[in-house]
Design a protein around this ligand. Structure first.
Ligand code: PHE
Length: 344
């Protein structure tokens, strides 16, 4: 055998090695790796094994160097296969051994509480600390609970104002949470001290300050000797705890068939500007409220000579709007995660 034959075997081995390593690097799953292993290192037909068989044709002086090279190539291939196998099982399917640092980090997706839900939770927790319990009622209710028991005859303009969706004669989507007042008083004797959050529905246009479905929180207190002072003091305390000690509360005369006297409650917040100066906001209406009309107490069989009470209906979406300085209510309901994800 010519000396060139040895060089020939070694050259073949090196080319095989280069090809095999490139294939190993490109392999995308363990099955491909196994195919490569069999093709190169398979005992009978593997390309490296076949090369080894040609060692017999070399001279005794040439054989050791070629044999050593063959062993080196086998070892290198074994190691490359093993490393690639480990890398694939580690991260599924990257096509490079090196980590790709340009990939965005894998962060766990984290949901956030909807800002209106958070307002409801925070409002509720303040009233809980003031001794209120939480009540609930159905979103589909009867004319009796939604209007009549609340001293609102069906031909009264107040019933028109809260026009809603009827599902059957006398059965409708509630237009406010006030029916929970009636349902609670029917079920329990006084004293009553509840808040009742829930969705309500009106035939309102969808605009920056109205949505046809919206959240409300009803509040009701009934006991002996409850006066307008309790009413005003409790709501003022709530406002200061919710928006800060400098918050002012204003009661504007209003009308609701189920309260007398009635009021719209406005708040004026103090906000701290970026330059550190304090600034008062405009008055913003957050609820309708009033002293429970004796006719309502009579409707549920309470003695209106013995008991008095006050009630409110607050809009938590408005409250959230005011809290976060959002200008358009619709943003809360369009499920844009870029918007909703900011409220952590
Ligand atoms: N139910 C009234 C509304 O939705 C609000 C309200 C509740 C007013 C309780 C007075 C007392 O407009």
């Amino acid at each position: 055998m010519l000396p060139a034959a040895r060089g020939f075997v070694i050259e073949d081995l090196r080319r095989l090695e280069a090809d095999a390593l490139a294939e190993v690097r490109a392999a995308r799953d363990p099955r491909e790796l196994e195919e490569i292993r069999v093709r190169y290192l398979g005992r009978r037909d593997g390309l490296v094994s076949r090369c080894l068989r040609r060692l017999g044709g070399l001279s005794p002086e040439e054989r050791p160097a070629a044999g050593a090279e063959a062993n080196r190539v086998k070892g290198a291939l074994d190691r490359a296969l093993e490393e690639r196998r480990a890398a694939l099982s580690r991260d599924g399917a990257s096509s490079e051994d090196e980590p790709d640092l340009t990939l965005p980090a894998r962060t766990a997706w984290q949901g956030t509480i909807h800002p209106v839900t958070r307002a409801v939770d925070d409002i509720w927790s303040i009233f809980r600390s003031l001794g209120f319990t939480r009540a609930r009622g159905p979103e589909v209710d009867t004319e009796w609970y939604n209007f009549v028991a609340l001293n609102t005859p069906l031909d009264h303009p107040a019933a028109d104002e809260q026009d809603t969706l009827y599902l059957a004669p006398g059965l409708l989507l509630r237009s406010h949470t006030s029916p929970v007042q009636i349902r609670t008083m029917e079920q329990y004797p006084p004293p009553i001290r509840i808040v009742a959050p829930g969705m309500v529905y009106r035939r309102d246009t969808y605009d920056a300050t109205h949505t046809p479905a919206f959240a409300q929180i009803e509040g009701l207190v009934v006991d002996e000797g409850v006066t307008f002072v309790d009413f005003k003091a409790t709501l003022a305390e709530f406002a200061r705890r919710f928006w800060g000690p400098g918050t002012r509360v204003r009661f504007r005369p209003s009308f609701f068939p189920f309260t007398e006297p009635s009021a719209e409650v406005d708040v004026k917040r103090i906000i701290v500007r970026e330059d550190g100066r304090e600034e008062e906001t405009d008055w913003i209406e957050i609820m309708g409220a009033g002293m429970v009309d004796p006719a309502v107490l009579d409707n549920v069989g309470y003695d209106s000579e013995q008991y008095t009470g006050w009630a409110f209906g607050m809009g938590p979406a408005r409250v959230a709007l005011l809290r976060h300085g959002v200008r358009d209510l619709r943003l809360f309901y369009e499920n844009d995660m870029r918007f909703l994800g900011q409220f952590r």
